[in-house]
Ligand binder design. Sequence first.
Ligand code: AMP
Length: 546
Amino acid sequence: MLGLMMDQPLLISDLIRHADRHHGDTEIVSKTVEDGSVHRYTYREAHGRARRLAKALGGLGVQTGDRVATLAWNGYRHFEIYYAVAGSGGVIHTINPRLFPEQIAYIANHAEDRVLCFDINLAPLVEKLAPMLKTVKAYVAMCARAAMPKASIPGLHCYEELLEAQDGRYDWPSFDERTAACLCYTSGTTGNPKGALYSHRSTMLHAYAAALPDALNLSARDVILPVVPMFHVNAWGLPYSCAAMGAKVVFPGQHLDGKSLHTLFEQEGVTMSAGVPTVWLGLLATMKEQKLKFSTLRAVVIGGSAAPPAMIRTFQEEYGVQVLHAWGMTEMSPLGTVCTFKAKHAKWGKEDRYALQNKIGRVLFGVDTRIVDENGKELPRDGKAFGDLQVRGPWIVSGYFKGEGGDPLKKDAAGEAWFPTGDVVTIDPDGYIQITDRSKDVIKSGGEWISSIDLENIAVAHPAVQEAAVIGVRHPKWDERPIVVVVRKAGQELSREDLLKFYEGKIAKWWMPEDVVFVNELPHTATGKLSKLTLRQQMKDYQLPG
Ligand code: AMP
């Protein structure tokens, strides 16, 4: 017997309609790309403009299921494109402008993008790309007529003119909630980049789950500044969750340096922000240098790579800002876990609470997990056994766009399908997950695993260390041994011996790095994560001392 409830599809257009109706005067503030000035309007205005854009895209020939790409920073027009494209039945394909042009061309051609919308400071990049893009029929410069780039780009349109030409009479269509809505490509550290294709349903369920108190804890009393780019897994879903909750949103444009961020935090009364550790390193350095404080910020989400323990402490102790350590993947829309406390942790001592915060936390309801050994056998959740983390749930990929890379899922004994994350973890009896490594970064020494993340966390806790990466290098006896590659803080002295001494007493003897290599900078991926793949290539001629 079926239930007698309305069978109403979960559609992204309902988010913006809700925000217009119930939070119509709540602001969306953006630092503009054109001249760095601050643009402000409301959810009501954003909704009106998104509907006009939806109609205009139809005029450009965009049909149901067509991909509309963006090369853009975090701003109000990008937000409108999110809603206009998905709401009208198209698929928004956000592309990272920091990728190499050849990678962008590969992705756009693979996705068969019809239209490409871009921020005007990226016009030189688009001009270079245009001859390589086989399917793009129209380019839209995200600006007013006066700011139109002079670049020679075929089929170029002006965003504001497209909107002005529309009368605003447009009703969002209704369709199956499993319809594709957004497309994001993984960074492709192995093989070609692969497309994760989110549906309206998966995006909506993720938006609900992400807003919950033990997840990102968002409400209509919040002012949220997503530092994480809108081309990095939909800014971790914030443009959707914020509309659902009616939170004020502040978009920083491309100004992500410490000073610009701090100024925006203070001017707009930001209460919560989210980004990768690299961005917070920059902000915290500026804060210290200029003796700044936060007056409204209550929490920051740190994710995308491991939050260094020293960073968690600095935010909480020096600035009174709660850290939410989060973990996820492009393939998971992206949120999987957030580290928040349970009632019993109130009785724990300070150091134990910090130790817990170094873990990536507990899963959001909706994400199921298990850990397996190399034979696929499930391992206990005892906080000790570590193995490959597998996940499943309604906002986790079942395959990649156009079947790229084959079927990624693994079947368990009962025939249930799981997505292998490639992360090596432990899960404790309370459900808290600790990442020890990416499976391809794991260091195996004498048959035992050494956690590169643990060794990096200790290195960055040293006051003279700006950034550190630990990789395994070949060793005739032990197979692999860890070395630590370090960037010193400006003006600080640090020797190999100083750092090795700093490790003493903090790790088992056989985990001790074999060497310390000082460099001026470490390689990063286009999403700001340490690129150990590149680092290993750079270090391929390195020889262990002795
Ligand atoms: P991406 O799909 O590019 O966002 O990369 C996902 C991967 O980033 C995960 O599988 C993890 O290896 C890594 N990652 C994300 N968040 C964290 C975190 N909090 N700690 C450690 N690694 C993380």
